[in-house]
Write a protein that binds this ligand. Sequence first.
Ligand SMILES: Nc1nc2[nH]cnc2c(=O)[nH]1
Length: 456
Amino acid sequence: MQPNTTRPIVIQGAHVVTMDAGRAEYRRGHVVVEGNRIVAVGAGEPRGYADATLVDGTGCVLTPGLVNTHHHLYQWITRGLAVDHTLFEWLTTLYPVWGGIDADAVHVAAKGALAHLVRTGCTTSTDHHYVVPRDGGDVFGAEIAAAADVGVRFHPCRGSMDLGASAGGLPPDHVVEDLDTILVESQRAVERWHDPSFGSMLRIALAPCSPFSVSTELLKQSAVLARDLGVRLHTHLAETLDEQDFCMERFGCNPVQYMESLDWTGPDVWYAHAVHLDDRDIGVLAASGTGAAHCPTSNARLGAGIARAADLYAAGVPLGLGVDGAASNESCCMLEEAHHAALFARARSGPRAMTVRQSLELATVGGARVLGRENEIGSLEVGKLADLALWRIDTLAHAGITDPVAALVLGSQPPLELLLIDGREVVRRDEVRTVDETSVAAEVAAAHDALVAKAG
Ligand SMILES: Nc1nc2[nH]cnc2c(=O)[nH]1
């Protein structure tokens, strides 16, 4: 099967979970793709596609491609370090290691992270890249090149830190940039790479790192710049109680109140984590349309807490899922996030707190909404982009589970029969077709060793 051919692709015989507005599902349905668009969705077999490439989906469930709303790709080469630490301990252990990255290391890390992520059904991913060493070369360009290599729809966020330890921040001074450089480079990144058009494979956001690693001025000016340039805003927020204490001591208010005071709420803003929110905070997010990237696995790995995902969902907050950086979630598996989102919501508030379909909704349309792309991706509908995942659920791991969505969300990750991104085959039978996984794995191991050795 060739990428973006003019020959249609017909996938038929699968249980089709559309995630459209009516949440239609077809027990033995079809989806037809032409170029990079979906041109037909429905029950049974489609008519009029005798010349199409046929994919037999018998024994499979077909879903929209998964949307990952928070990641730190560069961390793929620093996995398995600081494994029993709180966020602040983990960060202060890892900042000196991350301070050694350069464009080559980021390219390898991003290629490895994204090649793995597509294997977990992800078709659109964000990245939050906030470590920009002075002599590290074009680290942001390096991850953009890696995303093009893998073929993923990409929303890299130009991250930044300007509040070093000497000014009361958490990161050591040598890993932060100065305010003027950040603003100039952020604007340059948007002008060079941001593509707002329908079907875009690349959109940039601005993303100062967190309240404890950036100045108030950087947050304010980034918001003004992002709105001038018409791009979205992203940051970590309300992840831990340590962060809450930091905000109370330094600003005299909680993290959400702080962001409100800086014009950092609205439908063009999404926060990563949003764990420690009170009812008022959730009301602010809902009323302003501010989104959240729920990262249950990372929050558990770092002992940060369990986010109020069911309450955010019920309040109507745009809510997606994020694997978060690989150094705080070594598996970085999108379906695992959906699994954990459902389990943690239930552990918190009972078995009806989040259904399996709501959890899959967060991983698909929810993420699309967080990124402002609900008209393009996140559901299987005519006219939308051909980003879709075909999962095999007739093997020993899932056979006999009658509800395909329960199999997907509550079971282990099924074999990924096919992943199309923009109509292009990126994964077939659990194998990435765009890059060589074996050689990328070797490059990742070498880059990890070199970086750790450099940090001494
Ligand atoms: N989980 C997580 N939280 C952060 N807060 C600031 N940086 C990070 C990061 O890399 N990961």
